[in-house]
Design a protein around this ligand. Structure first.
Ligand SMILES: [Zn+2]
Length: 426
C-alpha cells in the first residue's frame, strides 16, 4: 500500500493506491433508492465504488476504515446549470471590457473550488467568455486545480441581439456583427457552423438561448429569439456530434418551439404553463429550474444601481415567478434535474436550491434525486455518476443530521469526496 498526501492550500488530497477504503455509514442515501438505508458499508477502490452492502463489514489488512456511523452519506451533488466564469457584482457589466478569457479562467478556479467544497462534485457549465471554462475543466481534469467534474458548453448560442449575443448594449464601434464562431447564428447553416465550432473548441454540451433573458442588456426578457428551422438545425448538428442541447427559456412560445425541436432541457422555464407541462413530458424534456438565481435577482433588483436600468424591471418581474412554475411543473410530473445558475449568485451557495425546492412542494428525497440520478441521467453519465452504487466514481458527500428531516443540512457538508479522495473537511 502506498499513501500519498498532497497539500494544496487548505485542501488535502489523499490517494490510497491498491487498497480499499471502507466506509461504515449510519445512514445511506444512495441517490437512486426511494428510502434511506441504515447501517451500510461502502467500499471504494481506486476512486470507484466497488461494493455497497448491508451491515458493517470487516476490513482486511491494509484497508482504511472511515467511521461514519453517526453521519449520512450521499452521492456528490450535480448542478446542471452554473457559470464558473462569472460572479455577481456592481462591476460585472464592465467585465467584458476589462477581463480576458484568461482572467475568467483563473478567477473561475476559485469558484470551482468553492463549488466542490459545497458538495458539488459535478457541474454543467452553461456559457462562459471565450471558452475560459473549457480551459478550467481541462486543468481540473489534469489535477492542476481542485474542482468539480465539469461538462462545459463553452460560449452559448444566440441570435443577433438575443440573450447571449456577446456584444449587446455596446456602442456602435464595439457592437460589430458577431457570427457563429462567437455564438451568434441567424439561419440553419450558421447553426451547423456554430455547433461544429464548439466541437472543435472542446465543448461537452450545446447551450442556446431560445428567448430573451433577465441579465442581458436588452429590453425583452421572454420573447422568442429562434425560428423553428434554426432550433431544428442546432439539434440535428448536436446529434451528429453527440452533444445534448440545453435551452435557456423564459417565454412560452420560445419554449414550445425548443421542446418540439427536440432539445434535452429547458432552463429557468419561467412562464411554463398547463399547455407546456404535457408537451415536456411527451418529448421527455427535462426541466432545470434555477430557483436560487430567481430569488437572488429579485432581491438584487430592489437595490438601486446593482443592475443596469434596462435589466432591473426584468429581474424584479421574472425572478420571483420561477418558484411557482417549479411547484406546478413538479406536480404535473415534468422530469426535473437540479440546477441553480450559480454565477448569477455567489458560487458555493448552490445547495440553497434544495430548500427552495422543498418549500415549493417537492419532497426532500425527490429534491436529492434531482441532483443525483436525475442530473446524471440528463448528462448521459448515470453509469459513472450520481449514485452510490457499484462502478460509479466515489464522489460522495457526508453530512451531519438527516436531510430527509431538515434539507438545509445539505448546505454545510461535513466531508466531500471526489474520486475517493477527501477534498473538503469541515
Ligand atoms: Zn445561466
Amino acid at each position: 500500500m502506498k499513501t500519498t498526501i498532497l497539500g494544496i492550500g487548505s485542501l488535502l488530497l489523499c490517494s490510497n493506491v491498491m487498497a480499499a477504503t471502507v466506509f461504515h455509514v449510519g445512514k445511506l442515501i444512495d441517490g437512486i433508492s426511494d428510502g434511506p438505508r441504515a447501517k451500510m458499508t461502502v467500499v471504494v477502490e481506486e476512486g470507484r465504488i466497488v461494493k455497497v452492502a448491508p451491515g458493517y463489514l470487516k476490513t482486511s489488512d491494509g484497508d482504511t476504515l472511515v467511521n461514519l456511523k453517526d453521519k449520512t452519506l450521499l452521492p456528490g451533488f450535480i448542478d446542471m446549470h452554473v457559470h464558473l466564469a462569472y460572479t455577481p457584482s456592481r462591476q460585472s457589466y464592465m467585465e467584458p471590457f476589462t477581463l480576458d478569457p484568461t482572467d475568467h479562467a483563473l478567477r473561475g478556479a476559485l469558484f470551482a473550488k468553492q463549488t466542490l467544497e459545497a458538495g458539488f462534485t459535478t457541474v454543467r457549465d452553461l456559457g462562459d467568455a471565450g471558452n475560459s471554462v473549457i480551459a478550467l475543466r481541462n486543468a481540473i481534469d489534469k489535477g492542476y486545480l481542485p474542482g468539480p467534474r465539469i461538462f462545459a458548453a463553452g460560449t452559448a448560442l444566440a441570435t443577433t441581439g438575443g440573450h447571449a449575443d456577446p456584444t449587446n448594449g455596446r456602442n456602435q464601434a464595439l457592437r460589430q456583427d458577431p457570427g457563429p464562431k462567437q455564438g451568434v447564428i441567424n439561419n440553419p447553416e450558421d447553426a451547423f457552423k456554430a455547433v461544429r465550432q464548439r466541437y472543435k473548441d472542446g465543448s461537452d454540451v450545446i447551450k442556446l438561448t431560445a428567448t430573451g433573458g433577465v441579465l442581458s442588456v436588452a429590453k425583452s426578457g421572454d420573447n422568442p429569439q429562434f425560428r423553428d428551422e434554426e432550433l431544428k438545425a442546432v439539434v440535428a448538428a448536436a446529434k451528429d456530434y453527440g452533444f445534448k442541447v440545453a435551452v435557456h427559456a423564459h417565454g412560452k412560445e420560445g419554449m414550445r418551439r425548443a421542446i418540439e425541436a427536440g432539445v434535452n432541457s429547458i432552463e429557468h422555464g419561467t412562464y411554463m404553463d398547463d399547455a407546456l407541462y404535457p408537451l415536456m413530458k411527451q418529448h421527455g424534456t427535462w426541466y432545470v429550474p434555477t430557483l436560487t438565481a430567481g430569488a437572488y435577482v429579485a432581491e438584487m433588483a430592489a437595490i438601486e444601481g446593482f443592475y443596469p436600468e434596462v435589466v432591473r424591471p426584468k429581474a424584479a418581474r421574472i425572478g420571483p415567478k420561477i418558484i411557482n412554475t417549479f411547484g406546478k411543473a413538479y406536480a404535473a410530473g415534468v422530469p426535473i434535474a437540479f440546477g441553480t445558475d450559480a454565477g448569477v449568485f455567489p458560487h458555493g451557495d448552490n445547495a440553497r436550491e434544495f430548500a427552495l425546492m422543498v418549500k415549493a412542494g417537492m419532497p426532500e428525497m425527490e429534491a436529492i434525486k434531482s441532483a443525483t440520478v436525475n442530473a446524471a441521467t440528463l448528462l448521459g453519465a448515470e453509469d459513472q455518476l450520481g449514485s452510490i452504487s457499484e462502478g460509479r466514481y466515489a464522489d460522495m458527500v457526508v453530512v451531519e443530521g438527516d436531510p430527509l428531516e431538515n434539507i438545509a443540512v445539505l448546505e454545510q457538508p461535513f466531508q466531500v469526496y471526489k474520486g475517493g479522495s477527501v477534498v473538503y473537511q469541515f
